[in-house]
Design a protein around this ligand. Structure first.
Ligand SMILES: [Zn+2]
Ligand SMILES: [Zn+2]
Length: 94
């Protein structure tokens, strides 16, 4: 996942979590339940949990895909320490 994708996915996840917890949103479900009973339509719980788990994993290096923690700082920038990896990431954000 690229940094941009990760940020966008995290923002969506945070927003969905906030919406789900909002009293105004919850009241929609209360009213719906009173009129048509418990909701039995499609849900996205599993997909949302999968996204949450994916985002909880360490961010991979956007250059080579190896764990960002497998990079160490040198005068040339961030170098990947995975054997044979040619990544020489010129980033300062770790
Ligand atoms: Zn790398
Ligand atoms: Zn690498």
């Amino acid at each position: 996942m690229t940094d941009r994708l990760r940020l966008a996915a995290q923002a969506l996840l945070d927003r969905l979590t906030a919406v789900h917890a909002d009293p105004a949103y919850e009241s929609v479900w209360v009213v719906s339940q009173m009129h048509v009973g418990p909701y039995a339509g499609p849900t996205y719980t599993e997909e949302l949990d999968a996204l949450r788990r994916a985002l909880a994993e360490p961010a991979p290096c956007p250059e080579c895909g190896h764990d960002a923690g497998h990079h160490s700082w040198s005068v040339d920038g961030w170098l990947c320490v995975e054997a044979g990896c040619p990544c020489k990431r010129k980033h300062t954000d770790g």
